[in-house]
Each structure stands twice: as C-alpha cells, then as structure tokens.
Design a protein around this ligand. Structure first.
Ligand code: ADP
Ligand code: MG
Length: 226
C-alpha cells in the first residue's frame, strides 16, 4: 500500500544543506502495525510527514495505493491526506476552544460532510474510544489520556486506511500509554494500517514490525512474533 523508493529529504538551513532522509526504501502493506524507533533527530518525524503527505520528499518515488503521488502539489496532497490518512500527535493538537465533539467533527468539515451526519459520526467515534460521557467537555477539562482518545476519535472519523501517530504516548504515563496502545491494537485488528513513532520499547512491542532509523537511514526492519 505504501511504497517509498529512494526517498531523500534535505533542508536548506542558511548556507548548509541538511540531508535528513537518505535514500529510504520502504514498503508497508495494508493492515500492518509498524513502530518506527530511533534517536532524537534521526529523521522519524520527517519520514512520517512524507508518508502522511504533509511534506514532499526532495527526491524519490512515493506510491500510495497504486497512485504515484511523488510529484503532487500541496492541494492534491491535501486531498489524498484527507481521504486516506488519520493523524495522532504527541501533544494531541486539539483546538482548545472546541468541545471534544467539535474537535472530532473537524476532519469531516474539511471533507464536506453535512452537520447532522458529522455530529452522529463524531459521537460514534467518541463512543468507540470510550468517551461517550465526555462529548461536551473542552480539552482542558480532560486528562491527557482522554485528550489523546479524542485525537484518536478525530483520526478515525473519516475512516482512513492508515493512521500515523508520532509519539502518541510521549506525553502520557505508563498505564495511560497501555490503554492508548490497546486502542491502536483494536483499530489494527479492524484492518486499519497503523504506523507509529515511539522511543519506548514497551510501546513498540505492540507493533508487529519494528523499523529502526538512524541518521536518516533505515538501520533495521524486523517482523515480530506477536
Ligand atoms: P526525529 O523525529 O527523529 O527526532 P526529525 O525528523 O524531527 O527527527 O528531524 C531530523 C533532523 O531534521 C533534525 O536534525 C532536525 O533539526 C531537522 N529538521 C526537521 N525539520 C526541519 C525543517 N523544517 N527545516 C530544517 N531542518 C529540519
Ligand atoms: Mg520526532
């Protein structure tokens, strides 16, 4: 489903060129559960941004499904992103003035879903992550784990094939992290492809495949018996 061939990403910082991803080759099939690990600054978030169509690679080919999206412009990338990919971030990225329900409705507003259906689908997504009784709460009235559940509800509300989560448990304690990982495991069992970045081995252990990145290169790529 995801096929990266010779993907490189460089940034120009002042006079210097910084090579952040170096000739990455990577295939991920539909239904996989992948953890990406590696030290800080090794290029994990950059790789996630390329996979998530948030950023273009400097060179290389990206096939998503059967579509070659390598040369897509921002607008086309945004379309692919809204249709196929859900995002979860370390700091939740909820809008502070919107209730849980309204936050979850946002991706559907961008997708042009009508109000009634938006509300119904947002409620269902919040029920799914165990927050049926927190629909009208604002983010600052929720715990960290609950905020991340709202973010997960938001990520699934357009029924994406792929969920990308960049350090989704980085701001959470161990017990809460486990409950969040169980949520991703359940989504994966339902057929969603889950790709997440983590520093924590206990979190990575939920995945069926662990990819280690170092200095812009894939250092190892292992299937795990789980
Ligand atoms: P990780 O997520 O593994 O910590 P990142 O992908 O965020 O690493 O960053 C990898 C390297 O690329 C870092 O050295 C970072 O400073 C640099 N970098 C990331 N984004 C940008 C950017 N937009 N402009 C310039 N340099 C960047
Ligand atoms: Mg990062």
């Amino acid at each position: 489903m995801i096929q990266l061939t010779s993907i490189s990403k460089s940034y120009k910082v002042g006079e210097e060129i910084l090579d952040v991803l170096k000739d990455i080759n990577l295939s991920i099939n539909e239904g996989e559960f992948v953890a990406i690990m590696g030290p800080s600054g090794s290029g994990k978030s950059t790789l996630m941004n390329v996979i998530g169509c948030l950023d273009n690679p400097t060179s290389g080919t990206y096939l998503l499904g059967n579509e070659d999206i390598s040369a897509y412009k921002d607008e086309e990338l945004a379309k692919v992103r809204n249709l196929s990919i859900g995002f979860v971030f370390q700091q939740f990225q909820l809008l502070p003035r919107l209730t849980a329900l309204k936050n979850v409705e946002l991706p559907m507003i961008y997708a042009g879903v009508g109000r009634k259906e938006r509300e119904a689908r947002a409620k269902r997504a919040l029920e799914k992550v165990g927050l049926a009784n927190r629909v009208n709460h604002l983010p600052n009235e929720l715990s960290g784990g609950q905020k991340q559940r709202v973010a997960i509800a938001r990520s699934i509300v357009n029924h994406p094939k792929i969920i990308l989560a960049d350090e989704p448990t980085g701001a959470l304690d161990t017990k809460t992290s486990i409950s969040i990982m169980e949520q991703f495991t359940e989504l994966n069992k339902e057929g969603v492809t889950v790709i997440l970045v983590t520093h924590e081995q206990e979190v990575a252990d939920y995945a069926k495949r662990i990819i280690t990145v170092r200095d812009g290169l894939i250092l190892s790529d292992e299937e795990r018996g789980r």
